[in-house]
Write a protein that binds this ligand. Structure first.
Ligand SMILES: [Zn+2]
Length: 269
């Protein structure tokens, strides 16, 4: 059966799967593979990664991207994120009106659109129910304690938006106040939403939130997590600024302050 999975081209044995990738690359070079085509495949790819990592179960979760013409492409409702096809994606305008697609858009599309409306720098949104972070959201605990230097540098505080029924305007109303100053939000009794300038960055933030939730849980089990002090936070903020300034303009962390206001922390503690 193996010989059906590859072909010989000018003496070279090429797997059929690789040939499909070559075809796409040629299309990109020729300019015939549009931003929309590419994004359809990217949504399939990152949906598969959410599924493989156990960040979603059954038909949970949804992903979207802002296309280069301003329309939004989102995953369809009722699909496993590990079993989607590029043709299943739905295209809507910023008001949520369906423009393209044979399925209906995710029932949580409004939450995605609210994020695109509030943040012009955001081009991708990922929503999932990763186990540990969702457990914090279900226990009414925000992930706001600065206990990991890496998280202070990259994600900042992860606030908890009040509970609302999924798919209702109330969900959007409840997250709206947090969108501008954060990059990830816990949704009470529900899950997590992350967003960034591209799909890879939004997906990686989901991984980072879940990892931080696991570390926080473990630290609480081990003993009392040690919160970084004002001086340490200030030094991390300076280090972050140096890092951001060194990076090319297209950076995930450039637009958003980390949210660990020192005076705020002092008030809290
Ligand atoms: Zn959900």
């Amino acid at each position: 059966m193996g010989h059906w999975k590859e072909i010989v081209l000018r003496g070279a044995v090429i797997p059929i799967q690789q040939l499909a990738m070559f075809r796409e690359q040629v299309a990109v070079l020729r300019g015939t593979f549009s931003n929309e085509d590419r994004m359809r495949h990217e949504l399939v790819r990152f949906g598969g990664m959410l599924h493989e990592n156990g960040f979603v179960a059954a038909t949970d979760g949804n992903l979207s991207v802002r296309l280069d013409d301003g329309r939004v492409m989102i995953t369809p409702t009722g699909f496993s994120k590990g079993m989607m096809d590029a043709k299943d994606m739905v295209v809507v305008d910023l008001a949520g009106k369906k423009l393209k697609g044979s399925h209906n858009a995710s029932s949580e599309a409004e939450m995605h659109l609210a994020i695109y409306q509030e943040r012009r720098d955001v081009n991708a949104v990922v929503h999932a129910h990763p186990c540990t972070a969702t457990a914090f959201a279900c226990s009414g605990i925000a992930l706001e304690e600065p206990i990991c230097a890496e998280v202070v540098m990259t994600l900042g505080k992860i606030p908890l938006a009040p509970y609302a029924t999924t798919g209702t305007p109330e969900l959007t109303t409840n997250i709206r106040p947090f969108i501008r100053d954060h990059q990830a939000i816990l949704l009470a009794n529900h899950g997590v939403v992350t967003y960034a300038e591209d799909l890879l960055s939004a997906y990686l933030k989901m991984e980072a939130v879940e990892h931080f939730a696991k570390v926080t849980l473990a630290a609480r089990q081990v003993g009392a997590p040690q919160v970084l002090n004002d001086m340490q936070l200030e030094a991390l903020e300076l280090a972050r600024q140096r890092y951001v300034n060194r990076r090319p303009a297209k950076g995930a962390q450039t637009a958003v302050p980390l949210g660990f206001s020192l005076s705020q922390l002092a008030r809290r503690n």
